[in-house]
Design a protein around this ligand. Structure first.
Ligand code: S3P
Length: 228
């Protein structure tokens, strides 16, 4: 079967250990497998991969590479927001405020979720709205790309002005990132089917890990407690 038309489903998710957290995770994965399966049955098509995560976690870079490898469409929701609004993100924040930006983001996310065979890179705050999370989870597999706080700071340092919510914490970027991660961490965790760390790793290694974890017949693996 050609790569792009393979059914998209974790069929071999081995759980290590049997702690309550591992059992909860197993239950979540079963539910996810069932919902993904019913999505495929409904449409006869494989679905999407969505990358969520904090600013600087590598969503756009990894997403573009993953889409190329799968021969899927790549959608960066921030790019779509900027294109449709005719203004870049800092200008939108400055002129309309964050709430209006979130409205635009939700509109784009819900629209994109109607498509298939897409790798979707979301903005770091897309998980703030439950309707975004529900739509993305219903449209495919959601992967949380993580990165250590110091890695986030190093990756975003030179272009912090492009991210209004980072620009606000320029005086102490690490403390700012730690605070935001503390607030958002549980939301990323709850939204994600899988977690992939991007710190100190090559793009190829990250893409390979995602492929391994999302391709039937490969040894998709989850550690106890949380999906990794
Ligand atoms: C945001 C992240 C940005 C962009 C906007 C808000 C956030 O996207 O959507 O500046 O709230 O974390 P990236 O995560 O692609 O930088």
């Amino acid at each position: 079967m050609p790569r792009a038309s393979r059914p998209f489903h974790i069929t071999h998710c081995a759980l290590r250990g049997s702690s309550p957290a591992a059992r909860r995770q197993e239950f979540r994965l079963r539910l996810w497998n069932q919902s993904t399966e019913s999505f495929r049955n409904m449409t006869g098509e494989p679905c999407n991969i969505t990358l969520i995560g904090f600013m600087g976690s590598g969503k756009s870079t990894v997403g573009r590479a993953l889409a190329g490898r799968r021969d899927w469409r790549f959608v960066d929701t921030d790019e779509v927001i900027s294109r449709t609004a005719g203004r870049d993100i800092p200008t939108l924040f400055a002129e309309e405020g964050e709430a209006k930006f979130r409205d635009r983001e939700t509109q784009i996310v819900l629209g994109v979720c109607a498509g298939q065979r897409q790798v979707i890179a979301t903005g770091g705050g897309a998980i703030l709205r439950p309707e975004n999370v529900a739509a993305l989870r219903g449209a495919g597999v959601v992967i949380w790309l993580t990165a250590r706080p110091d890695v986030v700071v190093a990756r975003t340092r030179h272009r912090a002005q492009e991210r209004p919510l980072l620009a606000a914490g320029m005086a102490d970027p690490l403390a700012h990132v730690l605070q935001m991660l503390g607030e958002r961490g549980p939301l990323y965790q709850a939204a994600a089917h899988l977690i992939v760390d991007t710190s100190d790793r090559s793009l190829q290694a990250i893409v390979r890990e995602i492929e391994r974890k999302t391709t039937p017949g490969k040894d998709a693996r989850c550690s106890s407690g949380t999906t990794t």
